[in-house]
Design a protein around this ligand. Structure first.
Ligand code: ITT
Length: 211
């Protein structure tokens, strides 16, 4: 049985293959030509499900998709689901960071809490589930570090005394919102894989009177 990860983001595919690979699963990403699904939901979960349902319907494969972003306490949870679009179309990671730093420049250090959230959705014949991960940190006043992507250079994680962009890939996966959500998903799949496969067999044999 193949697992589809509904993203064209190669970094994501690599990171998540590592997590799911540890549990014996292999993921394949979407081809470069894959249609973009409009993220029109009002929550991370709705957007993740929209993507996973679309590609599951198209391919019939057990499909995983995620949506993630940064919620800033002083901005009542913004940019949230708009994290990728925060500085408009065509903007770079640095543009988004600069816009956010500008927006919160008057916010004192003690009130610069933020969290990364990731919702991973799993859709298969006859079922769907979502898994949520989050990690809490503080927003810095200037960037630190060159690793990672997105808002990593301004997200400070006090327990390690580093920004997310100062962590190695393995360190980040061990604590990140995406790592947390996908480890739960991997664990669930491991425990329920037979059930999921059985469902496929029944659908394939059109033996699903109770569906
Ligand atoms: P998809 O094709 O899978 O949708 P994406 O790059 O748009 O990939 P997301 O929708 O999951 O990724 O993420 C939305 C934005 O949230 C992303 O562009 C970053 O700006 C921010 N973000 C999410 N996870 C992050 C992380 O681990 N570190 C830094 N920024 C992150």
């Amino acid at each position: 049985m193949r697992l589809l990860l509904a993203t064209t983001n190669q970094g994501k595919i690599k990171e998540l293959n590592k997590i799911l690979g540890d549990e014996g699963f292999a993921l394949e990403g979407l081809g470069k030509q894959a249609a973009e699904v409009e993220e029109s939901g009002a929550t991370f979960a709705e957007n993740a499900l929209l993507k996973a349902r679309y590609h599951h319907q198209r391919t019939g494969l057990v499909t995983i998709a995620d949506d993630s972003g940064l919620e800033v306490e002083a901005l009542n949870g913004q940019p949230g689901i708009y994290s990728a679009r925060y500085a408009g179309a065509g903007a770079s990671d640095l543009d988004r960071i600069n816009k956010l730093l500008q927006e919160i420049k008057e916010v004192p250090d003690a009130q610069r809490a933020a969290r990364f959230v990731c919702v991973a959705a799993l859709v298969w014949q006859g079922g769907e589930r979502v898994f949520v991960g989050e990690v809490r940190g503080q927003l810095l006043r200037a960037t630190r570090g060159d690793n990672g992507f997105g808002y990593d250079p301004i997200f400070y994680f006090a327990p390690l005394g580093k920004s997310f962009a100062e962590l190695s890939d393995a360190e980040k996966t061990a604590i990140s919102h995406r790592g947390v959500a996908f480890r739960q998903l991997a664990q669930w799949l491991k425990e329920h894989w037979q059930e999921v496969e059985e469902r496929y067999r029944r659908y394939a044999g059109k033996d699903c009177a109770d569906d």
